[in-house]
Design a protein around this ligand. Structure first.
Ligand code: GDP
Ligand code: MG
Length: 711
């Protein structure tokens, strides 16, 4: 017999940790809500008959957020044999809120009391026996992180599933509410609904005016009116609205349960986490600390340690060992020169240029994983909430951006957790401003070529990108498309802990492997194509440089970029190929000029770049490539999440336009200030940007009165 087990619980209660421990999978364990939006399933280690489904984290079974809807649909439509309700024991009151609803729902349930290691450390005591007696379902103590008690929990779940018996759970309620619910239940039994659900649960949901259930039941009008009358009467009698009535009933019950099962140890001691938070989330220190930390992360991974590793892989591994030996081998084997060139210059040159940066990408992900796992990133969302709120977004919008610093695709997908549609769309539009792993090589390459690998370049680019999120957010909020108050942002901060090496490495690998795979697929093909286009003329004769198909295409596009300071065809081509995948920007240069090989003067990639750019135009090139439309994969994600092509065009158009203005400003003003360029041109550039911003404000103000606007 096969058994289906659903893992349900609040965000951050440890569902994914438990899921990974049970199935041996390496799903993303996150420290913030919304990491697991879709459900994921896997087989129990050692028993393939048992399927385990990791559900998104939810606080309640109401239908307000996507996570709740996904979980509820799963419970209703997929009929798991048993649910393991995982509870964060350090937050037992809040977690039991969902528990009461799951028990009401009437599916066999086992409660896994997680994080017991923390409870023990705090010196608290929770009696599983008493809790089990109160709730009428088995309760097992576990620590998902330390893999303690998890076998017991699963075995208990399997046992319960096989029995299939459910002890009925009824929330004790005030007489008035009890009566109203009974009346609704009576109405339902008369109408004999087809849904194979527990009538008690349905009655409570109807009492809460849960629209999703109303839709599913398709009750006739007269029944609905009767139900509405019952609810109204109760609301008037208790002078409260139906949802709050039920909520306070639940909390009253939970308070009672908790008082029976939890014994606090030495109380009211300020924990280490609290003390750290006093500094880290301090109103004035929070932002400087964040800047310092990110500066350090980018400094280590891009400039200091990262450069050493990347230089070695680029120069020695790919440049000398692989490319050199391959060249010799192919030449001695008498392979056709064009094929040798394709393999050595095209494939190894391009793919190698990208792979060379993998150590830097991995280092960045390593540090981000540590920051996430120890609990710091959750604080960042909280800190950014203060800033984002000023222009009408909540800290919740920063979570997709944090995830987006790995790859934009999951970042964009994480925007699903935003309830408010306008905020969600705006977050999608701004998320890819944050430099993802694939954009890192662009920064590193240009920092190396133009700024001698200076340590300030990468962090500066990172903060420029965040600043652009804030500025564009402020501007967009002025328009009719996005105006509105930010949704409240509630997020409990996980206690700090020292991250485990295994978890950190899994994270790092999880995010980083995609780049290696991409290098072997998309980038590989792109490099072959780029090599072909740059080696042949339109009449298919082998040529060098200017006469090639690639150069002629690049030359058509290049004038567009001339005002930005990089009007040469190589930069134009690199930028365009970057739309397929951002690694292509570096790969294109790799194909054109070979791997960044510092030993050979003539074929040196870095010196070619240095000859074609000024310090200012290099920065403008970086800025444009960071902010413009993202790669195909991310555009696809935008299309999926926006649900319309129109919005996809609005988003990518907005990004590219913004990138253009920023790069223009950097180039013109920078050239005027630093390189003695034309002051007039700088003023014109500033004027253009100012006019654009002012027109958006005027357009936005005129229309902001309209309440509805559908695109
Ligand atoms: P989910 O949102 O419910 O999927 O929760 P996760 O599995 O992503 O876990 C959230 C955080 O809690 C992670 O940082 C885990 O490392 C941590 N965590 C999970 N289980 C335990 C546990 O038993 N003890 C401790 N101390 N931490 C845990
Ligand atoms: Mg999860």
């Amino acid at each position: 017999m096969s058994i289906k087990i659903g893992l349900a619980g609040n965000p951050n209660s440890g569902k994914t940790t438990l899921f990974n421990a049970l199935t041996g999978a390496t799903q993303y364990v996150g420290n913030w809500p919304g990491v697991t939006v879709e459900k994921k399933s896997g087989k129990l280690k050692g028993n393939k008959e048992v399927e385990i489904i990791d559900l998104p984290g939810i606080y309640s079974l109401s239908p307000y957020t996507l996570e709740e809807v996904v979980t509820r649909r799963f419970l209703i439509d997929d009929h798991p044999d048993v649910v393991i309700n995982i509870i964060d024991a350090t937050n037992i009151e809040r977690n039991l809120y969902l528990t009461t609803q799951i028990l009401e729902f009437g599916i066999p349930t086992v409660i896994a009391l997680n994080m017991m290691d923390l409870i023990r450390k705090k010196g608290d005591h929770i009696s599983c026996k008493a809790l089990s007696k109160q709730l009428g379902c088995p309760v097992v103590e576990i620590s998902a992180l330390k893999e303690e008690g998890i076998k017991d929990a699963v075995n208990k779940a399997i046992e319960i599933a096989k029995q299939g018996r459910i002890k009925k759970f009824a929330l004790p309620m005030m007489e008035e509410v009890e009566e109203a619910i009974t009346q609704i239940k009576d109405l339902l039994s008369v109408h004999n609904t087809t849904l194979s659900l527990n009538n008690d649960w349905i009655a409570i949901k109807l009492f809460e005016r849960d629209e999703e259930i109303v839709k599913q039941l398709s009750l006739d009008q007269s029944t609905m009116t009767q139900i509405e009358e019952i609810i109204k009467a109760c609301e008037i009698e208790l002078d409260d609205d139906c949802e709050s009535i039920i909520t306070s009933e639940r909390y009253a019950y939970i308070g009672d349960v908790v008082s029976h099962v939890v014994k606090k140890g030495n109380q009211s001691k300020e924990t280490v986490s609290d003390r750290i938070d006093k500094i880290i989330t301090n109103r004035f220190l929070a932002l400087p600390i964040f800047v310092l930390i990110m500066w350090f992360v980018y400094y280590i991974s891009v400039s200091s340690l990262g450069t050493i590793v990347t230089d070695w892989t680029n120069d020695t591994l790919f440049g000398e060992i692989i490319q050199g030996n391959m060249q010799n081998f192919l030449e001695t084997a008498n392979v056709a020169p064009w094929l040798t060139a394709l393999i050595c210059d095209g494939i190894i040159g391009g793919v190698g240029a990208v792979l060379g940066f993998v150590p830097q990408i991995m280092l960045l992900f390593f540090f981000l994983a540590i920051l996430e796992d120890c609990g710091y990133m959750a604080r960042v969302a909280f800190i950014m909430d203060r800033i984002f709120r000023k222009f009408g977004l909540s800290g919740k919008s920063f979570i997709p951006m944090l995830i987006g610093s790995g790859c934009g695709v999951p970042g964009i997908m994480a925007s699903r957790t935003l309830e408010n549609d306008k905020d969600r769309k705006m977050t999608i539009m701004l998320t890819t401003f944050i430099p993802c792993g694939a954009k890192l090589p662009i920064i590193a390459l240009f920092a190396g070529a133009m700024f001698g690998g200076a340590s300030w370049v990468a962090p500066t680019v990172y903060f420029m990108c965040i600043t652009m999120v804030v500025i564009c957010g402020m501007i967009l909020k002025q328009t009719k498309l996005f105006a509105g108050e930010p949704a409240p942002f509630v997020m409990e901060l996980p206690t700090y802990h020292i991250p485990g090496l295994k978890g950190v490495l899994i994270h790092m690998w999880d995010r980083g492997k995609g780049f290696i795979i991409k290098a072997g697929t998309v980038i590989f093909v792109a490099c072959g194509l780029i090599w072909f286009l740059q080696s042949f003329s339109w009449s298919l004769e082998m040529v060098e440089g200017e006469g090639s198909i690639l150069a002629s295409i690049g030359n058509v596009v290049a004038p567009i970029f001339a005002p930005l300071g990089f009007g040469n065809w190589e930069a134009a081509v690199a930028t365009i190929t970057g739309l397929v995948a951002k690694e292509n920007v570096v790969a294109t240069y790799g194909v054109l000029y070979g791997i960044a090989d510092a030993t050979e003067e003539t074929s040196d990639l870095l010196s070619v770049i240095a000859a074609n750019f000024t310090a200012v135009s290099a920065f403008s090139f970086i800025a444009f490539n960071m902010l413009c439309a993202p790669c195909f994969a991310a555009v696809g994600a935008i299309r999926r999440e926006m649900g319309s092509w129109k919005w996809t065009f609005i988003a990518t158009g907005f990004q590219t336009f913004t990138a253009y203005l920023v790069a223009l400003l950097i180039n013109k003003v920078g050239t005027a200030l630093l390189l003695g360029g034309s002051i007039i041109e700088a003023i014109i550039a500033i004027a253009i940007v100012a006019i654009v911003i002012i027109s958006v404000f005027i357009w936005g103000r005129g229309k902001s009165q309209e309440t509805s606007f559908d695109v």
